[in-house]
Design a protein around this ligand. Structure first.
Ligand SMILES: NC(=O)c1ccc[n+]([C@@H]2O[C@H](COP(=O)([O-])OP(=O)(O)OC[C@H]3O[C@@H](n4cnc5c(N)ncnc54)[C@H](O)[C@@H]3O)[C@@H](O)[C@H]2O)c1
Length: 435
């Protein structure tokens, strides 16, 4: 099938490559000239494991092309996927203006038989507004369905090619048929199909993210209790996770969630519920956000307890991306901690296997070599649990630092091994004896 993918960020670039890998003829469109040039040159403008190799493959097969605006070719697509951003507006709501602009750009090129497929994460009710806007601009009744995306950065391509579910919301069931044809291989491979009305499909995505955020903040709230009660949140998490109704995934305490989705999506959800007059239903999500932000603050407190005055103290932060296997810095908890420490006067060095090129922050010293980053440090903070940092040799690392104290912001280090190498280990939600 012929497919256009509008918006080529983390979601759209991955989706374009995945659709081409499924054998479709894909035209990716983004207003950002540098992104399009980069993709045409076979370079993914961000880090995502396996995506560059897959892009090279589909470019060589002539299955994908990239451009900055619609053309005769994209106008003849059977499906147009909307993958533009829906960032947080100043008041916390989701900014859907990029979707409006994408619809306005598409309208003059849309054929009545083509299906517009929304994939961006949106406040419930957005799809209907977009459909009305499209109808007004085209003068015909457009086919629009909603197909929220559940890919996770770090495993995005795999998630796109083996989705754990395919959710499709439609105003008229038959409008979704071409999409199901496009996804035939995925459905045949066993991905479950969930067919819904449009508002439910829109809600599935934000509800899923609200639940995941809640699970993380729940265990981080337990960490707050464990810290004052002399308990151990890691052991607690393991013990409650054995209960299948609870499960152990997304139940690891640490410095909390970040990224381009969870924080903005829960705030957008709160805002939409308030608009709909049911704000109370989601007031708990404000606390979820609050718990998440308090964990970052807790690391600053621990650093102060350890170093006293922060001014002039040399601190190394291991990892600045919001999670491992990604270079995404959006709402990164680790980066926010590094910035707060620098603002308090500390001399902060940050290191990261992939995210440093995207970081322009004059307050932070960027060092790509981890040994170099550790040299002379008076406090080390593990902020993002890249494998490189989990596997660090504590003995060698001790020989590099000035003072062997580490705050394990992700509860991933082997505390006994680090202690026996002479380190003082501080962790969130755990009472660790360093005597
Ligand atoms: N990143 C993820 O892991 C992920 C996962 C699931 C869902 N989502 C959702 O997908 C959407 C996109 O997220 P993202 O992380 O890819 O954002 P992003 O900021 O990385 O990418 C958005 C892209 O859209 C482009 N764009 C904006 N307006 C345009 C227009 N009118 N025409 C063409 N291109 C335009 C931008 O230039 C940018 O490249 C959001 O709603 C997000 O919540 C993201």
């Amino acid at each position: 099938m012929k497919i256009s993918v509008i918006g080529l960020g983390y979601l759209g670039a991955t989706h374009a490559v995945a659709m081409a890998k499924l054998g479709h003829e894909v035209i990716g469109i983004d207003k950002d000239v540098s992104k399009v040039e980069s993709l045409l040159a076979g370079k993914i403008p961000f880090f995502e494991p396996g995506l560059a190799e897959a892009l090279a493959e589909v470019l060589a097969q002539g299955k994908v092309q990239f451009q900055t605006s619609h053309s005769e070719s994209s106008a003849s697509a059977d499906l147009h996927f909307l993958c533009v951003g829906t960032p947080q507006a100043a008041d916390g709501s989701a900014n859907t203006s990029y979707l409006d602009a994408a619809i306005d750009d598409l309208a003059p090129h849309l054929s009545p038989s083509a299906v517009v497929v929304g994939k961006s994460t949106v406040p419930v009710g957005t799809a209907r507004k977009l459909r009305d806007r499209l109808q007004e601009k085209t003068g015909f009744e457009p086919k629009l369905v909603w197909n929220p995306e559940f890919l996770r950065e770090g495993t995005a391509l795999e998630d796109s090619l083996k989705p754990d579910r395919i959710v499709v919301g439609s105003f008229k069931k038959e409008d979704s048929f071409p999409l199901l044809v496009a996804y035939e291989k995925l459905l045949q491979a066993g991905s479950p199909l969930v067919e819904l009305d449009v508002p439910t499909a829109e809600l599935v995505k934000v509800a899923a993210n609200a639940f995941l955020a809640t699970k993380i903040s729940f265990i981080n709230a337990m960490a707050e209790i464990a810290e004052v009660a002399g308990a151990d949140v890691v052991a607690l998490s393991k013990a409650i996770g054995y209960d299948e109704r609870i499960g152990n995934k997304f139940l690891r305490s640490g410095i909390g969630f970040g990224g381009g989705c969870l924080p903005k999506d829960i705030r957008g959800f709160i805002s939409r519920a308030e608009e709909l007059g049911v704000g109370q239903a989601l007031s708990f999500l404000k606390e979820i956000d609050g718990i998440n932000n308090r964990r970052r603050q807790r690391v600053i407190e621990l650093a102060k307890q350890e170093l006293g005055e922060l001014s002039g103290q040399k601190i190394t932060v291991l990892g600045v991306s919001f999670k491992p296997n990604s270079d995404d810095l959006r709402e990164s908890p680790s980066l926010e901690i590094a910035r707060s420490l620098a603002q308090a006067g500390a001399v902060v060095t940050v290191t990261d296997p992939k995210a440093l090129p995207g970081l322009s922050d004059s307050q932070l010293s960027k060092v790509s070599d981890v040994d170099q980053a550790l040299r002379g440090s008076e406090l080390v903070i593990l902020g993002t649990e890249w494998d490189e940092y989990r596997r660090l040799d504590p003995l060698k690392s001790k020989s590099l630092v000035k003072s062997a104290t580490i705050i394990d912001g992700r509860n991933v280090l082997d505390v006994a091994a680090w202690q026996s190498a002479g380190w003082k280990v501080i962790a969130l939600g755990r009472t660790i004896s360093n005597d």
